[in-house]
Design a protein around this ligand. Structure first.
Ligand code: DX5
Ligand code: ZN
Length: 216
């Protein structure tokens, strides 16, 4: 089974967004990863509703939304209105995770929970069976182009075991510092979805990088 590649829009060229969207549409990427930041949960902001609307209209791929915000459920309707396939909320930003996951699924989206590098996989033990996806951060969220944290590979293996033990159908996605080298190790450890920002958009041939990641 091939890897689902989810290029991260954060690293796109916003002075020429249409050309990057055209590239994504032509590519073998199945998803487009969209990082939404509020400057509170993470020390940065990304893009707001007008840009997202343009992207949603211009992109033929499934939208994989990663909310790096406090009170992520305040954005449920907005994310649904974009037509997103996946809504990822951070474990660290959500007190009532079970309720939130239920609401995301009722809204017709895949429910994903994201873990910061310092949050143990085992925190998901009692909810893993209800999840469609777990997004493991392999950098501290907030910025593209950071260095991959190697311990993430162990977390992927641990999560793979937890999923097998509970009969969960959750996909394992990894985000941060993913390139062909780190991606290969992650795929071998059991990752299903790889997010890649700089490795794709700063490459000489972005489509070739997407194809290479897909076949790891
Ligand atoms: C970081 C974001 C990532 C980021 C990844 O907070 O969640 O999606 O865009 O970028 P790279 O692949 O360059 O590390
Ligand atoms: Zn992300």
């Amino acid at each position: 089974m091939s890897i689902i590649v989810s290029p991260s829009l954060l690293s796109a060229n916003f002075a020429n967004l249409q050309s990057d969207l055209d590239m994504i549409n032509r590519s073998e990427a199945e998803w487009l990863h969209i990082d939404i930041m509020d400057g509170v949960f993470v020390p940065n902001i990304s893009f707001g509703p007008p840009v997202l609307q343009y992207v949603a209209e211009g992109c033929t791929k499934a939208l994989d939304v990663h909310l790096m915000v406090v009170n992520p459920m305040n954005y449920l309707d907005a994310v649904k209105a974009l037509g997103a396939k996946v809504m990822n909320i951070h474990y660290e930003a959500c007190t009532h995770l079970h309720r939130a996951i239920t609401q995301i699924k009722e809204a017709g989206m895949m429910a994903g929970v994201t873990l910061n590098p310092s949050t143990p996989v085992m925190m998901l033990k009692d909810i893993i069976a209800d999840l469609d996806l777990v997004l493991l951060m392999s950098v501290n969220p907030g910025f593209g182009g950071q260095k991959f944290i190697p311990h993430t590979v162990e977390k992927v293996k641990e999560l793979r075991e937890l999923i097998a033990a509970t009969g969960s159908k959750a996909l394992i996605e990894v985000d941060g510092g993913v390139n062909e080298q780190t991606g290969r190790v992650l795929a071998e450890a059991g990752a299903d979805v790889l997010v890649a920002g700089n490795a794709v958009f700063k490459a000489e041939n972005p489509e070739a990088v997407i194809t290479a990641l897909r076949s790891l």
